[in-house]
Ligand binder design. Sequence first.
Ligand code: SF4
Ligand code: MG
Length: 275
Amino acid sequence: MEMEQIIDKYFRAGRLPHIWCPGCGNGIVTGAIVKAIDKLALDKDGVAVVSGIGCSSRASGYLDFNTVHSAHGRALPVATGIKLSEPRLKVIVVTGDGDATAIGGNHFIHAARRNIDLTVVLYNNNIYGMTGGQYSPLTPTDSKATTAPFGTVDRSFDVTELAKGAGATFVARATTYHTPTLVDVITQGIQHEGFSIIEAITACPISFGRQNKMGAAPNMMKWQKDNGVMLAAYEKMTDEQKAGKFPIGVLYKTTAPEYTAEYDKVIARAQKGGK
Ligand code: SF4
Ligand code: MG
């Protein structure tokens, strides 16, 4: 389907143009989500998109599915409630690095631990974009931010490793430069039964790029192109070659009991008087 048709079908009439800055990568990630939904030919009423607060979380307001623009850091508890009450829905969580890993960090860990069937698309622009460029847990150490004008000393973590450690059963990463890979891993994440997390590395040329003198949006995307390496190739690299690079694609996949299905079994047992 052509992009114009995709916009007509999946975006709410009258809600565009969006508020994102020129050059922001958020539109590319949101476009990748709808392309994945389109590829899977999902019924629009069978999809729920839940977001927290932040630049990326504005996406839920533009999309024509069942949507909730919730509170800061709280997209995952809202999504958990929706999935438990309507397991037939494909629930997609749209969140940012600050929303998901700072304010919502605890929710992230426990949703992963439960292996509830949600697909989290984490727009990682390495910064709190909307509120003016404060550093987040995913801001690389030494980066400049309005809260660290001389460079942050905080050690950032790898959210894909955190997700794996917490119990996520599908973990992937792609960038706004590698859009076919991004669409592909979101598609696989939606199909996967269990907690799926896709880290979508996206450029914020305004709040992050300017402070760190990374150039305009095309320069930031070139950085993604030069440093994102498909997992199979990345694994063959020496430690020296890996410096500054990061793997993309499906990074981890396994199977485990899914929370909603397990909960249904408990309900069935309770209805039989606990037997
Ligand atoms: Fe995008 Fe950054 Fe602007 Fe937010 S502040 S809309 S993330 S470019
Ligand atoms: Mg952010």
